[in-house]
Ligand binder design. Sequence first.
Ligand code: PEP
Length: 251
Amino acid sequence: MRKNIVAGNWKMNLNRVEGIALVEEVLAKLPTDNNTHIIFAPAFVYLHKVAKMCANTSKVVAAAQDCSSNEKGAFTGEVSASMLASCSARYVVLGHSERRANFTETNALLKTKVAQAFENDLKVIFCCGESLAQRENGDHFDWIKSQISESLFHLSADEFKNIVIAYEPIWAIGTGVTASTDQAQEIHAFIRDLLVEKYGEEAAESTSILYGGSCKPSNAKELFSSQDIDGGLIGGASLKADDFLAITQSF
Ligand code: PEP
């Protein structure tokens, strides 16, 4: 019932030429019977180009890596959700741990970014996840619950249909250390239970929950075979066409 999704978060990597070459190669090699929803999240500057390149391929779309919490105006350097929508983005990634840590993004701020995204018909890939210290202290469940509830639980069940959750343990991002399948599944099941409690069984069962954190071709199959893992948000391995493609075909 829910979508299998693999999203590539390029972060601040790949110039325009390299990004275009990557998308070209992925689209050229994508199996004709591809069933996975694939999302490229490039830098703002060539988001429009990437979105246009995907326009004729079913189930492949573009996402932004962030958006402003403001609608428009004197916010030099910021990019609004309406600008992203006008560049044919379909999703925006919000609350990535790098933005939370480096740009002090709080749950309250992210709530306002979600509002901007929804005002402009963008779907949201909402990131959550704990640090190693939080996991070691046993605080990870409460932390993840507060990230999700404080930024998203004001939404109606209907609005929540436009949310994809990405669970990304900070200690696994870019470190080469992947959460074990059991660790990831435990948190995904916990998140789904939160959604059942808040929105009911049907809404919870229709929400895609992605895993992110050193996901690669060698571990994607095992991770994605778990009951509550519906795909991945991929950093490093999304920068190589063959690796990214292999992950998209790991269901
Ligand atoms: C990410 O930054 O969203 C991520 C999952 O990175 P990596 O795959 O490189 O760990």
